[in-house]
Write a new protein. Structure first.
Lengths: 182, 182
DNA sequence: GAAGATTGACCCCTCAATCTTC
DNA sequence: GAAGATTGAGGGGTCAATCTTC
């Protein structure tokens, strides 16, 4: 996808008609969506390399690893991870395959429902997540240094959270307080 | 990449210690970055199908097409498109390949620099972009209906633009006022 | 030698079909 | 029959190597 918000600060009325008839009416909403995509892509390109080398399994696995790490018992059912991360079932299967191959996670059978299975972080996996998270923190801090005041940061987070809850509500589902398990 | 901002509204103090020792200290900045990724992923999954079927060439080409459409003469040098979209040179080559195969764009030699080449939208390409943009507009409007007040929308866009300019400055580079070209 | 573009090798995701278990 | 998970096929991306032109 990726939609362009592109045009600089003074979007409208820069170029009455850009050569042909393509309207330059940059709807606020289209611009907004484009900015989200561009910001995400920019962040990704800035932050991926660090996570990649820290995890050894492609930075895209970080999301999955983090979800597991934040869950009680460091384990989650496959389909729950898929819902939270937004990955397709197939994509998640392969993602867990890689983590298993790297020794960062293991699969466990689910006694209550023999169709389902859990993915659980290994000790190595837990350690790697912590390392990667630490590095991620410092890289983010460096990248965003001086960009927002605390209030701005708060405002941005609140608005983004509202957007996220609209377009990807499952991402907010954290495993919730269950019995500490084991 | 994709980092989890995950936890719902009441982030902190939901789960004093999630079974093991992984700190639940959700730094504001980490959360912010995670929210950007989650919002972008959510928007993508909501909006891609529409663009896909409207363009016939995978919705991810929309960004490239839009950049071309917004440029004078509907053409841009390959490397400029790559910089604006954030695609790698190789990725852009293949993306243009697909557009050419679909009849939406053509390659043109650059007289001033025989190393470079232009990608230019065909008439069909221009028409498709307009159709896709129209559909995109209505889908976005539907998706974001009632989410933000105009002021909130403005605030969010301003903050996101600042973030985007930090992490992906080239995205703002629009071809700028040149001679209308033909 | 550096820059613009392309190609080959490879990684990762999605979709649809399949199998098992509810 | 529906849900959870996996697999095969295929699309689309990156990186490194290469070729041409500056």
């Amino acid at each position: 996808v990726s939609v362009g918000a592109s045009t600089g600060q003074q979007d409208t009325t820069t170029h009455p008609r850009a050569t042909a008839g393509l309207a330059r009416t940059t709807d606020d909403q289209i611009t907004l969506v484009g900015l989200v995509f561009e910001a995400a892509a920019g962040l990704r390109r800035n932050l991926s390399p660090g996570l990649d080398c820290e995890l050894g399994v492609g930075g895209q696995s970080f999301d999955v690893l983090l979800r597991l790490a934040r869950s009680p018992g460091q384990r989650l059912r496959m389909s729950d991870v898929a819902a939270q991360t937004g990955l397709s079932p197939g994509g998640l299967t392969r993602s867990i395959d890689r983590l298993v191959a790297a020794g960062l996670a293991v699969r466990e059978a689910c006694p209550q429902d023999r169709r389902a299975s859990y993915a659980r972080l290994t000790e190595l996996g837990r350690a790697r997540v912590e390392d990667a998270l630490a590095r991620h923190r410092s890289e983010v801090a460096l990248l965003l240094e001086g960009l927002f005041t605390p209030e701005e940061s708060k405002t941005l987070a609140a608005l983004l959270r509202r957007l996220r809850d609209r377009v990807h509500p499952d991402a907010a589902l954290v495993s919730g307080p269950e019995e500490p398990s084991r």
